[in-house]
Design a protein around this ligand. Sequence first.
Ligand code: ATP
Length: 239
Amino acid sequence: MIEVRELTKRYGDTAAVDGLSFRVEPGHVTGFLGPNGAGKSTTMRIVLGLDAPTSGEALVNGRRYATLPRPMRAVGALLDAGAVHGGRSAFDHLSCLALAGGIGRSRVAEVLEAVGLTGVARRLVGGFSLGMKQRLGIAAALLGDPGVLMFDEPVNGLDPEGVRWIRELMRALAAEGRTVLLSSHLMSEMALTADRLVVVGRGRLIADTTVRELTGRYPTLEDAYLALTAGSVEYGAAR
Ligand SMILES: Nc1ncnc2c1ncn2[C@@H]1O[C@H](COP(=O)(O)OP(=O)(O)OP(=O)(O)O)[C@@H](O)[C@H]1O
């Protein structure tokens, strides 16, 4: 479970996250939605201990990340698929992460297989396409077999087969009883993948609900999203 409690993160005058509270429960795919700059990545970074909150807290299984005894076994995440050392092979990249996290080497082959990269495991990551890097990032998130998973825009750059694969993977992980938080701007895909939704705008909570509830009230999830966030779009083009 992920719990975000009264979380605020300021960068100078900008409140990237502003008094945000929500819970992400196990057994569901929870979509994390909001316009560009709404604070989704900042929230995920704080959950992972990569950024410190200005106030409030973010907990994984009731603990702050820094106090988790075996963090890679508790929570895995794909935040920025491009943030990998291009001079290493996929196998070596994952082996380094496994070593750092106290995870056996046999798991590396398992996660490479799970994301479909076994055939290119010895190739340098620098030559990978964006979609291959996304798959590698997902393999890294799965390394510790964690109960909590967060994915920031995982379908970015994936081909239609890859998009369907992500959808099925997210749903399978949730069906295993894991907590899955997924951010994406693709509403049609979110409607097919998520059960629950947390919608944020300008760092604040706009809605904490289900896909079913919103699609019952609006023709599509996209219509619902655009209506909910209409007052919170910061970087929209002039019309
Ligand atoms: N390290 C930083 N320094 C200064 N400002 C930052 C930093 N990180 C994020 N911000 C600002 O905080 C706000 C929230 O950014 P964040 O990346 O969390 O939004 P997001 O919802 O993930 O957006 P997107 O959908 O575009 O990825 C933005 O205004 C951003 O410019």
